[in-house]
Ligand binder design. Structure first.
Ligand SMILES: [Zn+2]
Ligand SMILES: [Zn+2]
Length: 347
């Protein structure tokens, strides 16, 4: 079968012919419906090096947001029907520690002893015709379109987790949220905020088409510029924003968040660009929290799928065939995408 392989640090991936995998005990073989291309993949093959550790070291098949149909059951797997469509939860921890027991493999207590982080992150992922995955990681999609669903397992789940942790700041009337950065995750954040909170949603990005898409999803956009902070303060009655979500994470975007968050508000940095910021007693409003989040839990992925099946989330997806998979990464790298690139190996 064909697979998109990450073969060496700082090396663009290649499409290779590899053997179709066999599901081990407790695993299933998934016939891939969709595999989303993520900015983290670009960081992995372009920026990262040996210092990232053995868990992410090449070589393996990329793709950590995947959906598909069950093709084969490994030993001991019950309660799963061949041919049914599932979304795959990417992270794979030990499965038994307190964090994994609540479905939060991202914070597995035994992560240091695991051979990889997730499907597509150290372990063979979904940018291939088939992928094996523990049955525990499958979330049923029912009759929903599995191709458009693929990005939900990262581009949907990651903002959902961040927003869920901020709900105490957004409950009640007259609350406000700001989404900084309207790529795949930021657009999903606008849809999730609109679906599960009553907050007024503001959004900003450098690209006019991304701003237009966020407006169609119900956001009020605020273009960047010297007076951006003043305009956001004015829009929020001088108070500032209750919950800010930064999907970029460079120094200027974190600074913007610090300047517009309100007293007792919350800033969540989700983007991994890694810009430094400074903090001192007077740099942020009183009791304003500044935190980060990473991916989400299996239970939250069930909630994301429920929103998708209810028609509240509609990922903007651009489809690529297996032979075009490298173009998906090129287009992502060159900033040519407005939605999420999804590779569909069996289309
Ligand atoms: Zn990702
Ligand atoms: Zn664990």
């Amino acid at each position: 079968m064909k697979a998109v392989r990450f073969t060496a640090w700082k090396t663009f991936p290649t499409i290779e012919e590899v053997a179709r995998p066999k599901p081990g005990p407790g695993e299933v073989l998934l016939k891939i419906a969709g595999a989303g291309a993520c900015h983290s993949d670009v960081a992995i093959f372009e920026q990262f090096d040996e210092n990232m550790g053995a868990q992410l070291a090449p070589s393996y098949t990329l793709g950590h947001e995947n959906s598909g149909w069950v093709e084969e059951l490994g030993e001991g797997v019950t309660g799963i029907e061949l041919g049914d469509a599932y979304l795959s939860y990417g992270p794979i921890g030990c499965g038994q520690c307190p964090a994994c027991s609540r479905g939060q493999d991202t914070y597995c207590h035994n992560a240091a002893q695991q051979p990889y982080l997730a499907t597509g992150l150290g372990r063979d992922g979904g940018m291939a015709e088939y992928m094996t995955v523990p049955a525990r990681n499958l979330v049923p999609l029912g009759d929903a379109d599995p191709v458009a669903a693929a990005p939900l397992s990262d581009a949907g789940l990651t903002p959902y987790h961040a927003i869920k942790l901020s709900l105490p700041k957004l409950a009640g009337g007259g609350k406000t949220a700001l989404v900084i950065g309207l790529g795949g995750l930021g657009q999903m954040a606008v849809q999730i905020l609109t679906a599960i909170t009553g907050a007024k949603v503001y959004a900003t990005d450098m690209k006019p088409e991304a701003m237009a898409e966020a407006e169609r999803a119900g956001a009020i956009t605020v273009a960047s510029g010297d007076d951006q902070v003043a305009r956001i303060r004015e829009l929020t009655g001088g108070q500032g924003v209750d919950a800010v979500f930064d999907f970029v994470g460079i120094s200027p975007t974190i600074k913007l968040a610090q300047q517009v968050v309100r007293r007792q508000g919350r800033i969540t940095v989700v983007g991994v660009a890694g810009g430094p910021t400074s903090w001192d007693f007077f740099s942020n409003p009183y009791e304003a929290e500044l935190t980060n989040t990473y991916w989400g839990t299996i239970e939250e992925l069930y909630e994301v799928v429920a929103l998708y099946r209810a028609g509240k989330l509609s990922p903007n997806v651009t489809r690529y065939t297996m032979d075009q998979a490298l173009d998906a990464y090129r287009d992502l790298h060159d900033g040519k995408l407005s939605g999420r690139a999804v590779v569909t190996p069996h289309a």
